[in-house]
Design a protein around this ligand. Structure first.
Ligand code: GN1
Ligand code: MG
Length: 376
Protein backbone atom coordinates (compact mmCIF):
# COMPACT_ATOMS: atom_id res chain seq x y z
CA UNK A 1 0.00 0.00 0.00
CA UNK A 2 2.75 2.40 0.82
CA UNK A 3 3.98 4.29 -2.22
CA UNK A 4 7.35 5.95 -2.76
CA UNK A 5 7.55 9.28 -1.02
CA UNK A 6 5.92 12.01 -3.05
CA UNK A 7 5.45 15.10 -0.93
CA UNK A 8 3.09 16.93 -3.37
CA UNK A 9 4.93 20.18 -2.98
CA UNK A 10 5.87 19.60 0.66
CA UNK A 11 9.30 18.57 1.93
CA UNK A 12 9.64 15.90 4.56
CA UNK A 13 10.47 18.64 7.06
CA UNK A 14 7.30 20.55 6.14
CA UNK A 15 5.23 17.42 6.68
CA UNK A 16 7.00 16.60 9.94
CA UNK A 17 6.13 20.09 11.14
CA UNK A 18 2.47 19.42 10.32
CA UNK A 19 2.64 16.03 12.06
CA UNK A 20 4.10 17.72 15.15
CA UNK A 21 0.94 19.79 15.52
CA UNK A 22 -0.88 16.62 16.58
CA UNK A 23 1.28 15.97 19.67
CA UNK A 24 2.88 12.70 18.52
CA UNK A 25 4.15 10.54 21.38
CA UNK A 26 7.71 10.42 20.01
CA UNK A 27 9.86 11.89 17.25
CA UNK A 28 8.79 11.57 13.65
CA UNK A 29 11.04 9.03 11.90
CA UNK A 30 9.43 8.90 8.50
CA UNK A 31 6.45 10.10 6.46
CA UNK A 32 5.28 8.27 3.34
CA UNK A 33 2.40 8.91 0.99
CA UNK A 34 -0.14 6.22 1.81
CA UNK A 35 -3.00 4.37 0.14
CA UNK A 36 -4.81 5.11 -3.10
CA UNK A 37 -7.41 7.70 -2.11
CA UNK A 38 -8.95 9.58 -5.02
CA UNK A 39 -9.72 12.75 -3.10
CA UNK A 40 -7.41 13.68 -0.17
CA UNK A 41 -3.61 13.57 0.24
CA UNK A 42 -2.85 10.83 2.77
CA UNK A 43 0.41 10.12 4.60
CA UNK A 44 1.57 7.46 7.05
CA UNK A 45 3.67 8.93 9.86
CA UNK A 46 6.12 6.62 11.63
CA UNK A 47 7.27 7.52 15.13
CA UNK A 48 10.16 6.59 17.34
CA UNK A 49 7.92 5.69 20.26
CA UNK A 50 7.24 3.04 22.87
CA UNK A 51 3.51 3.53 22.32
CA UNK A 52 1.67 3.80 19.01
CA UNK A 53 4.23 3.78 16.20
CA UNK A 54 2.11 5.16 13.40
CA UNK A 55 -0.68 7.58 12.62
CA UNK A 56 -2.41 8.83 9.50
CA UNK A 57 -1.99 12.44 8.45
CA UNK A 58 -4.31 13.88 5.81
CA UNK A 59 -4.71 17.07 3.88
CA UNK A 60 -8.42 17.35 3.22
CA UNK A 61 -9.54 18.25 -0.28
CA UNK A 62 -11.61 21.31 0.54
CA UNK A 63 -12.72 21.68 -3.08
CA UNK A 64 -14.74 18.50 -2.51
CA UNK A 65 -15.56 18.88 1.19
CA UNK A 66 -16.39 22.58 1.40
CA UNK A 67 -17.03 22.45 5.17
CA UNK A 68 -14.27 20.21 6.51
CA UNK A 69 -15.09 21.21 10.11
CA UNK A 70 -18.40 19.38 9.68
CA UNK A 71 -16.59 16.29 8.39
CA UNK A 72 -14.55 16.27 11.59
CA UNK A 73 -17.64 16.88 13.70
CA UNK A 74 -19.40 13.89 12.11
CA UNK A 75 -16.33 11.74 12.57
CA UNK A 76 -16.17 12.58 16.27
CA UNK A 77 -19.91 12.03 16.73
CA UNK A 78 -19.71 8.61 15.09
CA UNK A 79 -16.54 7.38 16.77
CA UNK A 80 -17.74 8.49 20.22
CA UNK A 81 -21.11 6.86 19.64
CA UNK A 82 -19.53 3.56 18.59
CA UNK A 83 -16.94 3.53 21.36
CA UNK A 84 -19.62 4.14 24.00
CA UNK A 85 -21.76 1.39 22.52
CA UNK A 86 -18.86 -1.04 22.49
CA UNK A 87 -18.01 -0.21 26.10
CA UNK A 88 -21.55 -1.17 27.15
CA UNK A 89 -21.93 -4.13 24.80
CA UNK A 90 -18.68 -5.51 23.40
CA UNK A 91 -18.81 -7.38 20.08
CA UNK A 92 -20.52 -10.67 20.87
CA UNK A 93 -18.23 -13.19 19.19
CA UNK A 94 -15.16 -11.66 20.87
CA UNK A 95 -13.80 -10.41 17.55
CA UNK A 96 -11.32 -7.55 17.68
CA UNK A 97 -13.15 -4.46 16.45
CA UNK A 98 -11.47 -1.08 16.31
CA UNK A 99 -12.52 2.46 15.63
CA UNK A 100 -10.11 5.00 14.12
CA UNK A 101 -9.67 7.88 16.62
CA UNK A 102 -9.43 11.56 15.75
CA UNK A 103 -6.15 12.94 17.14
CA UNK A 104 -6.17 16.49 18.47
CA UNK A 105 -3.70 19.37 18.50
CA UNK A 106 -2.08 20.97 21.55
CA UNK A 107 -5.12 23.20 22.01
CA UNK A 108 -7.57 20.35 21.60
CA UNK A 109 -8.65 21.03 18.03
CA UNK A 110 -9.49 18.22 15.61
CA UNK A 111 -7.61 19.84 12.71
CA UNK A 112 -4.83 22.27 11.92
CA UNK A 113 -4.81 24.94 9.23
CA UNK A 114 -1.37 25.59 7.79
CA UNK A 115 -0.37 29.16 6.87
CA UNK A 116 -1.20 28.37 3.23
CA UNK A 117 -4.79 27.56 4.20
CA UNK A 118 -4.57 23.75 3.88
CA UNK A 119 -6.77 21.77 6.28
CA UNK A 120 -4.89 18.95 8.03
CA UNK A 121 -6.15 16.24 10.35
CA UNK A 122 -4.67 13.18 12.05
CA UNK A 123 -6.25 9.79 12.68
CA UNK A 124 -4.97 6.84 14.69
CA UNK A 125 -3.59 3.92 12.70
CA UNK A 126 -5.17 0.47 13.00
CA UNK A 127 -2.21 -1.67 13.94
CA UNK A 128 -1.51 -5.25 12.90
CA UNK A 129 -4.01 -4.93 10.06
CA UNK A 130 -3.93 -4.22 6.35
CA UNK A 131 -6.29 -3.42 3.52
CA UNK A 132 -6.37 -4.64 -0.08
CA UNK A 133 -7.26 -2.84 -3.30
CA UNK A 134 -8.87 -5.95 -4.76
CA UNK A 135 -10.73 -8.82 -3.18
CA UNK A 136 -8.47 -11.71 -2.18
CA UNK A 137 -11.04 -14.54 -2.17
CA UNK A 138 -14.22 -15.84 -0.59
CA UNK A 139 -13.09 -15.51 3.00
CA UNK A 140 -12.05 -11.93 2.44
CA UNK A 141 -15.43 -11.25 0.82
CA UNK A 142 -17.26 -12.68 3.83
CA UNK A 143 -15.21 -10.50 6.16
CA UNK A 144 -15.90 -7.36 4.13
CA UNK A 145 -19.62 -8.13 4.38
CA UNK A 146 -19.33 -8.60 8.14
CA UNK A 147 -17.42 -5.32 8.44
CA UNK A 148 -20.14 -3.37 6.65
CA UNK A 149 -22.90 -5.06 8.67
CA UNK A 150 -21.00 -4.38 11.90
CA UNK A 151 -20.40 -0.75 11.02
CA UNK A 152 -24.00 -0.06 10.01
CA UNK A 153 -25.43 -1.89 12.96
CA UNK A 154 -23.20 -0.02 15.45
CA UNK A 155 -24.44 3.32 14.10
CA UNK A 156 -28.01 2.22 13.40
CA UNK A 157 -29.29 3.82 16.64
CA UNK A 158 -27.52 7.14 16.05
CA UNK A 159 -30.23 9.69 15.18
CA UNK A 160 -29.49 11.13 11.73
CA UNK A 161 -30.18 14.64 13.05
CA UNK A 162 -26.84 14.37 14.82
CA UNK A 163 -24.99 14.03 11.52
CA UNK A 164 -24.37 16.95 9.18
CA UNK A 165 -24.74 16.59 5.43
CA UNK A 166 -21.08 17.09 4.53
CA UNK A 167 -21.39 16.40 0.82
CA UNK A 168 -24.67 17.55 -0.61
CA UNK A 169 -25.95 15.33 -3.41
CA UNK A 170 -23.55 12.48 -2.63
CA UNK A 171 -24.99 9.28 -4.18
CA UNK A 172 -28.10 11.10 -5.39
CA UNK A 173 -27.92 9.76 -8.94
CA UNK A 174 -30.36 12.28 -10.53
CA UNK A 175 -28.10 15.11 -9.33
CA UNK A 176 -25.09 13.51 -11.00
CA UNK A 177 -27.14 13.18 -14.18
CA UNK A 178 -28.02 16.86 -14.07
CA UNK A 179 -24.40 17.82 -13.60
CA UNK A 180 -23.39 15.46 -16.41
CA UNK A 181 -25.87 17.21 -18.75
CA UNK A 182 -24.44 20.63 -17.86
CA UNK A 183 -20.87 19.48 -18.42
CA UNK A 184 -21.76 17.77 -21.67
CA UNK A 185 -23.50 20.87 -22.98
CA UNK A 186 -20.31 22.87 -22.43
CA UNK A 187 -17.89 20.29 -23.78
CA UNK A 188 -16.67 20.52 -27.37
CA UNK A 189 -17.46 18.22 -30.29
CA UNK A 190 -15.13 15.41 -31.42
CA UNK A 191 -15.75 12.54 -29.02
CA UNK A 192 -13.62 9.38 -29.09
CA UNK A 193 -15.29 6.00 -29.60
CA UNK A 194 -14.92 5.27 -25.88
CA UNK A 195 -16.65 8.51 -24.94
CA UNK A 196 -19.44 7.82 -27.44
CA UNK A 197 -19.94 4.41 -25.85
CA UNK A 198 -20.12 6.10 -22.43
CA UNK A 199 -22.63 8.70 -23.60
CA UNK A 200 -24.85 6.02 -25.11
CA UNK A 201 -24.52 3.94 -21.97
CA UNK A 202 -25.73 6.80 -19.80
CA UNK A 203 -28.55 7.83 -22.08
CA UNK A 204 -29.98 4.28 -22.20
CA UNK A 205 -30.25 4.18 -18.39
CA UNK A 206 -31.21 7.66 -17.35
CA UNK A 207 -34.89 7.06 -16.66
CA UNK A 208 -34.17 4.01 -14.50
CA UNK A 209 -31.42 5.86 -12.62
CA UNK A 210 -34.00 7.77 -10.53
CA UNK A 211 -35.39 4.70 -8.84
CA UNK A 212 -33.71 4.82 -5.43
CA UNK A 213 -34.48 8.52 -5.01
CA UNK A 214 -38.06 7.92 -6.17
CA UNK A 215 -38.40 5.15 -3.57
CA UNK A 216 -37.13 7.56 -0.94
CA UNK A 217 -39.55 10.28 -2.05
CA UNK A 218 -42.42 7.75 -1.85
CA UNK A 219 -41.42 6.83 1.71
CA UNK A 220 -40.52 3.27 0.72
CA UNK A 221 -36.90 3.79 1.79
CA UNK A 222 -35.61 6.22 4.39
CA UNK A 223 -32.41 7.85 5.51
CA UNK A 224 -30.16 6.24 8.09
CA UNK A 225 -26.58 6.86 9.12
CA UNK A 226 -24.29 5.26 6.52
CA UNK A 227 -20.56 4.91 5.86
CA UNK A 228 -20.78 6.33 2.33
CA UNK A 229 -17.61 4.76 0.92
CA UNK A 230 -17.37 1.10 2.01
CA UNK A 231 -15.13 -0.04 -0.81
CA UNK A 232 -12.80 -3.00 -0.40
CA UNK A 233 -9.74 -1.01 0.66
CA UNK A 234 -11.60 0.77 3.45
CA UNK A 235 -11.95 -2.49 5.37
CA UNK A 236 -8.97 -3.32 7.60
CA UNK A 237 -8.14 -7.01 7.92
CA UNK A 238 -6.24 -8.40 10.93
CA UNK A 239 -2.91 -9.75 9.70
CA UNK A 240 -2.98 -12.64 12.20
CA UNK A 241 -6.61 -13.82 12.13
CA UNK A 242 -7.66 -12.50 8.67
CA UNK A 243 -10.83 -11.22 10.27
CA UNK A 244 -12.12 -7.73 9.52
CA UNK A 245 -11.21 -5.40 12.40
CA UNK A 246 -12.25 -1.91 11.31
CA UNK A 247 -13.86 0.28 8.69
CA UNK A 248 -11.76 3.32 7.95
CA UNK A 249 -12.28 6.51 5.91
CA UNK A 250 -15.19 8.03 7.80
CA UNK A 251 -15.39 11.24 5.73
CA UNK A 252 -18.65 10.37 4.10
CA UNK A 253 -20.46 9.09 7.18
CA UNK A 254 -23.72 10.98 6.96
CA UNK A 255 -27.44 10.39 6.49
CA UNK A 256 -28.12 8.27 3.39
CA UNK A 257 -29.74 5.08 2.15
CA UNK A 258 -28.11 1.85 3.35
CA UNK A 259 -28.46 0.85 -0.30
CA UNK A 260 -25.72 3.29 -1.28
CA UNK A 261 -23.38 1.43 1.06
CA UNK A 262 -24.33 -2.04 -0.01
CA UNK A 263 -24.25 -1.13 -3.71
CA UNK A 264 -20.86 0.51 -3.32
CA UNK A 265 -19.42 -2.38 -1.35
CA UNK A 266 -20.62 -4.95 -3.88
CA UNK A 267 -19.56 -3.01 -6.97
CA UNK A 268 -16.12 -2.63 -5.43
CA UNK A 269 -15.61 -6.17 -4.09
CA UNK A 270 -17.27 -8.31 -6.76
CA UNK A 271 -15.01 -6.90 -9.49
CA UNK A 272 -11.89 -9.03 -8.95
CA UNK A 273 -9.82 -6.99 -11.43
CA UNK A 274 -10.40 -3.90 -9.31
CA UNK A 275 -11.59 -0.44 -10.27
CA UNK A 276 -8.16 0.65 -11.53
CA UNK A 277 -7.66 -2.18 -14.03
CA UNK A 278 -6.64 -1.27 -17.57
CA UNK A 279 -8.33 -4.40 -18.94
CA UNK A 280 -11.78 -2.86 -18.86
CA UNK A 281 -13.14 -5.12 -21.61
CA UNK A 282 -12.77 -8.15 -19.34
CA UNK A 283 -14.29 -6.66 -16.18
CA UNK A 284 -17.06 -8.77 -14.71
CA UNK A 285 -19.18 -9.09 -11.58
CA UNK A 286 -18.59 -12.32 -9.65
CA UNK A 287 -21.86 -13.65 -8.18
CA UNK A 288 -20.09 -16.04 -5.78
CA UNK A 289 -18.30 -13.13 -4.14
CA UNK A 290 -21.64 -11.33 -3.96
CA UNK A 291 -23.15 -14.28 -2.11
CA UNK A 292 -20.25 -14.38 0.38
CA UNK A 293 -20.50 -10.63 1.06
CA UNK A 294 -24.27 -10.68 1.47
CA UNK A 295 -24.05 -13.65 3.85
CA UNK A 296 -21.51 -11.81 6.01
CA UNK A 297 -23.46 -8.56 5.82
CA UNK A 298 -26.86 -10.06 6.62
CA UNK A 299 -25.49 -11.97 9.61
CA UNK A 300 -25.48 -8.53 11.27
CA UNK A 301 -27.79 -6.37 9.18
CA UNK A 302 -30.86 -8.55 8.81
CA UNK A 303 -32.14 -7.17 12.14
CA UNK A 304 -32.62 -3.70 10.77
CA UNK A 305 -33.53 -4.34 7.12
CA UNK A 306 -37.15 -4.16 6.00
CA UNK A 307 -39.01 -5.95 3.22
CA UNK A 308 -38.74 -2.82 1.05
CA UNK A 309 -35.00 -2.68 1.68
CA UNK A 310 -34.60 -6.14 0.17
CA UNK A 311 -36.72 -5.19 -2.79
CA UNK A 312 -34.20 -2.54 -3.88
CA UNK A 313 -30.99 -4.49 -3.22
CA UNK A 314 -30.40 -5.68 -6.77
CA UNK A 315 -31.08 -2.26 -8.26
CA UNK A 316 -28.73 -0.62 -5.78
CA UNK A 317 -25.84 -2.84 -6.90
CA UNK A 318 -26.50 -1.97 -10.51
CA UNK A 319 -27.10 1.70 -9.73
CA UNK A 320 -23.98 2.48 -7.71
CA UNK A 321 -21.73 0.88 -10.35
CA UNK A 322 -23.51 2.95 -13.00
CA UNK A 323 -23.38 6.09 -10.87
CA UNK A 324 -19.64 5.80 -10.25
CA UNK A 325 -19.06 5.33 -13.99
CA UNK A 326 -21.17 8.42 -14.62
CA UNK A 327 -19.19 10.40 -12.02
CA UNK A 328 -15.86 9.37 -13.59
CA UNK A 329 -17.07 10.10 -17.13
CA UNK A 330 -18.40 13.52 -16.09
CA UNK A 331 -15.11 14.35 -14.41
CA UNK A 332 -13.21 13.32 -17.54
CA UNK A 333 -15.40 15.59 -19.67
CA UNK A 334 -15.00 18.40 -17.16
CA UNK A 335 -11.20 18.21 -17.22
CA UNK A 336 -10.54 16.05 -14.10
CA UNK A 337 -11.56 18.55 -11.45
CA UNK A 338 -12.82 16.15 -8.77
CA UNK A 339 -10.93 12.83 -8.71
CA UNK A 340 -7.15 12.80 -8.58
CA UNK A 341 -5.70 11.36 -11.82
CA UNK A 342 -2.34 9.98 -12.88
CA UNK A 343 -2.88 10.78 -16.58
CA UNK A 344 -5.49 12.76 -18.58
CA UNK A 345 -7.47 9.67 -19.70
CA UNK A 346 -7.52 8.09 -16.24
CA UNK A 347 -11.10 9.01 -15.38
CA UNK A 348 -12.32 7.80 -18.78
CA UNK A 349 -10.65 4.43 -18.18
CA UNK A 350 -12.22 4.25 -14.72
CA UNK A 351 -15.65 5.07 -16.18
CA UNK A 352 -15.36 2.24 -18.73
CA UNK A 353 -14.52 -0.22 -15.92
CA UNK A 354 -17.70 0.73 -14.05
CA UNK A 355 -19.85 0.61 -17.18
CA UNK A 356 -18.55 -2.86 -18.06
CA UNK A 357 -19.26 -3.91 -14.49
CA UNK A 358 -22.80 -2.51 -14.76
CA UNK A 359 -23.33 -4.52 -17.97
CA UNK A 360 -22.11 -7.64 -16.23
CA UNK A 361 -24.52 -7.02 -13.33
CA UNK A 362 -27.39 -6.49 -15.78
CA UNK A 363 -26.65 -9.66 -17.75
CA UNK A 364 -26.62 -11.69 -14.52
CA UNK A 365 -29.75 -10.14 -13.01
CA UNK A 366 -31.55 -13.47 -12.59
CA UNK A 367 -28.57 -15.05 -10.83
CA UNK A 368 -28.05 -12.12 -8.48
CA UNK A 369 -31.76 -11.88 -7.64
CA UNK A 370 -31.76 -15.60 -6.84
CA UNK A 371 -28.77 -15.12 -4.51
CA UNK A 372 -30.57 -12.31 -2.68
CA UNK A 373 -33.60 -14.60 -2.20
CA UNK A 374 -31.37 -17.41 -1.10
CA UNK A 375 -29.34 -15.61 1.56
CA UNK A 376 -32.27 -13.87 3.25
C1 GN1 B 1 -13.57 8.41 -3.82
O1 GN1 B 1 -11.13 9.21 -2.16
P1 GN1 B 1 -11.68 7.86 -2.00
O2 GN1 B 1 -10.87 6.90 -2.80
O3 GN1 B 1 -11.84 7.45 -0.56
C2 GN1 B 1 -15.03 8.84 -3.73
C3 GN1 B 1 -15.96 7.63 -3.63
C4 GN1 B 1 -15.70 6.69 -4.79
C5 GN1 B 1 -14.23 6.30 -4.80
C6 GN1 B 1 -13.92 5.42 -5.98
C7 GN1 B 1 -15.87 11.71 -1.43
O4 GN1 B 1 -13.18 7.84 -2.58
O5 GN1 B 1 -17.30 8.07 -3.68
O6 GN1 B 1 -16.50 5.54 -4.69
O7 GN1 B 1 -13.39 7.48 -4.87
N1 GN1 B 1 -15.21 9.71 -2.57
C8 GN1 B 1 -15.80 10.90 -2.66
O8 GN1 B 1 -12.66 4.85 -5.80
O9 GN1 B 1 -16.26 11.33 -3.71
MG1 MG C 1 -13.34 7.91 0.76
Amino acid sequence: MTKAFNPRGKTLDDLAAVADQFKPQGTVLDIQEYGNGNVHDTFLVTLDSNGEKHFILQRINTQVFRQPELVMQNMRTVTEHVLTRLRHAPVSDGRRWEVPRVLVTEDGRDHWMDPGGSFWRAISFIDAAQSFDTIQGMEHAGEVGIALGMFQSLISNLPIERLADTLEGFHITPRYLRHFDEVLAKSGAGKSLEVQYGLRFVSERRVWAHLLEDARAQGRLWLRPIHGDPKVNNVMIDTATWQAVAMVDLDTVKPGLVHYDLGDCLRSCCNPLGEETERWETVCFEPDLCRAILRGYLSLASDFLTENDYEYLFDSIRLIAFELGLRFLTDYLEGNVYFKVRHPEHNLARALVQFKLTESIESQAAVILAIIQDVR
